[in-house]
Write a protein that binds this ligand. Structure first.
Ligand code: AKG
Ligand code: FE2
Length: 420
């Protein structure tokens, strides 16, 4: 009911809402990885295939062909059924009763790998690995995008260990909430890739050689609560509620209702886009983007710049070598600031497409009051020149996300220089 408030009530209310928005955004944490990969080294698990004998590393074609003779086409889960359809999954498989891993130290190594994966995926340390299948992908073999069904009680993730075998292609591509990673298992040593069961993944076609892997189900004790990590989207309900209030109140007050939230990392004007964002920045902007599909707000990214111009002290050497001094390296603190300006250097949409440049920045719209503090500036220094003392310009740049009430997006975008 903004219309009944006195100005000071309104201002207090707005300040309260802004600090709630700041708290809600500050509370967003870096999510755990949804998938991870790494190298293990050249370790022989002592693969012994029943009816065949030991398999030597790296895998040779003759042994690959012999194993394929023992193997069967791998099925895949479709609803409650498992079916074989080589246009979806084309892989040879040996089930865990058909082979053994005879090297006694293999389990110790496996425990180390599983502990590392548990850390990377932020899984509880009680996670244990259960050997599931051995897979051999020959030329043309692949597995189309799918998620993994729960093959054991408490199963939360899949671990694939690649064994040394020369091959090309066969990369695993994992996709989760708009993020994609590609893993290539090693030809020459053991390596691993792991992902939460609900992460969509595919194995691209092998173009030559044999891709040879062991698959493990990673499961938590059935008594453990399921981890929130990659399985569930983070809980952004507080941010949603606060933004909803802002849209209803603050956003109806001004013609260009928006606010800026400074990101943790700096990005260059050329690179800034959703894809380039790291860790918590990605989580924050992704949360805002998801909310923008439910509330009438638009999200942009920008490089914000503060420029300070003024004079500075010069050392006596400058007076006698004025032209050298023009190129003095190092930092010159401003003695007397003659002008301070704030600008939106470059505004882009989440795909990184420029929508605006050179708009004046109203610093009151930045949620963090100390936005430009603790930033090391870039500087341009002009040394002692005849009658003029030395002068200096400092530029402080930060990257921020803009949240704009959709009713004022058009006016927000006016007032900048034409995009370049
Ligand atoms: O071969 C791989 O890397 C993955 C296999 C897979 O996705 C599965 O067994 O569900
Ligand atoms: Fe899978």
């Amino acid at each position: 009911m903004a219309s009944c408030w006195s100005d000071s009530d309104t201002e207090d209310e707005m300040m309260g809402l802004r600090s709630s928005l700041l708290n809600a955004l500050d509370a967003i944490e870096t999510p755990a990885a949804f998938a991870s990969s790494g190298e293990i080294g050249f370790v022989d698990p002592g693969v012994f295939v029943h009816g065949m004998g030991p398999i030597y590393l790296p895998l040779e074609e003759s042994q690959a062909r012999q194993m394929i003779e023992q193997a069967h086409q791998a099925p895949y889960g479709k609803g409650s059924e498992t079916i074989i359809d080589t246009s979806v999954r084309n892989t040879w498989e040996l089930h865990s009763g058909q082979f053994e891993l005879r090297r006694p130290s293999w389990n110790t190594l496996l425990e180390r790998v599983v502990a590392g994966v548990a850390r990377e995926l932020d899984l509880d340390s009680t996670v244990h690995a259960e050997l599931y299948k051995m897979l051999i992908y020959e030329e043309g073999a692949m597995f189309k995008p799918h998620t993994d069904t729960e093959k054991a009680p408490g199963m939360v993730a899949t671990l694939v260990i690649g064994l040394p075998s020369a091959h090309e292609g066969g990369e695993v591509v994992v996709n989760h909430r708009g993020q994609q990673k590609t893993f290539k298992l090693s030809n020459t040593q053991c390596s691993y890739a792991s992902w939460y069961s609900d992460v969509v993944h595919e194995v691209l076609p092998v173009t030559s050689g044999y891709r040879w892997v062991l698959t493990y189900n990673l499961a938590l004790d059935a008594s453990q609560p399921r981890p929130a990590g990659g399985l569930q989207p983070p809980d952004n309900s507080y941010l949603y509620k606060t933004l909803k209030l802002w849209v209803e109140q603050d956003a109806s007050l001004g013609p260009t209702s928006h606010f800026w939230y400074q990101l943790d990392h700096e990005y260059t004007e050329a690179s800034i886009s959703l894809r380039a964002l790291k860790t918590r920045d990605l989580a924050c902007v992704q949360a805002l983007y998801e909310i923008s599909t439910m509330l009438p707000v638009d999200i942009f990214l920008a490089v914000l710049e503060k420029t300070e111009h003024g004079t500075c002290d010069y050392d006596d050497d400058d007076r006698y070598h004025p032209y050298d001094a023009m190129y003095t390296e190092g930092f010159h603190p401003l003695e007397d600031v003659t002008s301070t300006t704030y600008e939106v250097k470059s505004l882009v949409d989440l795909d990184g497409k420029k929508v605006l440049r050179g708009r004046t920045l109203d610093t009151k719209s930045i949620l963090q009051a100390d936005c430009f503090e603790d930033i090391s500036p870039e500087e341009s220094y002009r040394g002692y020149l005849g009658n003029e003392g030395p002068d200096v310009t400092h530029w402080y740049r930060v990257t921020a996300v803009a949240v704009v009430a959709r009713c004022s997006t058009a006016s927000f975008l006016l007032g900048g220089l034409p995009k370049k």
